[in-house]
Design a binder for this molecule. Structure first.
Ligand SMILES: [Zn+2]
Ligand SMILES: [Zn+2]
Length: 306
């Protein structure tokens, strides 16, 4: 038996190691880099851009090297709509920062209605502040996300994200533009309400963006212990699966505490497959970007109620 174990090729052992530790490694690595960006000599925005580009390449590489579900594919199966949605994510994010942080917060001396609470612990350690801010944002994003599933008008826009029948990193921002704007904006607005400073907002949003890339990736990453506290990859794959209980679970963004609080956390024991993903056959979702933009206005033709 020992002979068999030692005959496992080195590359397989390496893959197994990466499967087990890459998820935590990417998260902790990103956290450390952003922390350094926050305290170090280079502007946080520059560090953030470098980190995001690096994370994209690392995750793309993992998808090719150790795919989770081969039929889901990777960058080689990319569609035009995938590319458009992916490229739109950065300008939409910039727009919400300009509108919310730039216009709203910097004109605060004239209107005072953004900051509701004056309790933010600015002197606490930055990682403590990040933890607090993530808990608050999770709560707000949880409810926006849950409403997009439960309020019929909002579901018209969120259903586009759920029309994906396979997941890969490039599809992490496959959202109707207004949907992704409100999702990120809800978090930013929550932070402004609590008086969180600009650099911490960037720190949080970039970190959250990287967890979003991981959660939609088709890399075979085992989350292990992280599954207990985070809304990890398996949670989000379950959220994209057809039918219950997966499709009405796991609305949270980073931690899974809010889902636990409201009884919507779901993670099956067996995470080897979450297929089929997507919408059931009462939906006829168009595949092109422009046609998807019209979906909320043509709902009668998209969703046939039995
Ligand atoms: Zn959803
Ligand atoms: Zn998703």
């Amino acid at each position: 038996m020992t002979g068999e174990v030692s005959s496992i090729p080195r590359s397989d052992q390496l893959q197994e190691f990466v499967r087990r530790y890459a998820y935590g490694g990417v998260l902790v690595g990103a956290l450390l880099v952003l922390w350094w960006g926050y305290t170090g000599p280079i502007a946080l925005e520059k560090v953030a851009i470098g980190l995001q580009i690096t994370a994209i390449f690392v995750i793309l590489g993992l998808e090719i090297w150790i795919p989770y579900t081969k039929s889901w594919g990777d960058i080689r199966n990319v569609t035009r709509a995938d590319v458009i949605y992916f490229l739109l994510a950065a300008p939409i994010d910039q727009l919400q920062i300009i509108l919310l942080v730039g216009l709203l917060a910097q004109t605060a001396p004239y209107h005072h209605f953004v900051q509701v609470f004056d309790i933010w612990p600015n002197d606490a350690h930055i990682l403590v502040q990040l933890f607090l801010v993530t808990m608050i944002v999770d709560f707000f994003k949880y409810w926006y996300h849950r409403w997009t599933h439960e309020v019929p008008l909002l579901w018209r826009i969120h259903s586009i994200h759920h029309s994906l029948d396979r997941l890969e990193m490039l599809r992490a921002s496959y959202f109707f533009p207004l949907d992704i704007f409100i999702t990120v904006g809800a978090g930013t607005l929550a932070m402004l309400m609590f008086g969180v400073h600009y650099e911490l907002i960037i720190f949080h949003n970039v970190f959250a963006g990287i967890t979003g890339l991981l959660n939609h990736s088709n890399a075979d990453l085992r989350c292990g212990w992280w599954d207990r506290i985070l809304n990890s990859i398996g949670h989000h794959r379950a959220h994209h699966s057809v039918g219950l209980p997966g499709s009405s679970s796991n609305y949270g963004s980073f931690f899974n505490f809010t889902d636990r609080l409201f009884g919507t956390r779901y993670l099956p024991e067996d995470q080897s497959s979450f297929d089929p993903l997507g919408l059931d056959d009462t939906y006829e979702m168009p595949q092109t970007f422009l046609k998807q933009l019209a979906v909320p206005f043509r709902w009668g033709r998209i969703h046939k109620t039995p």
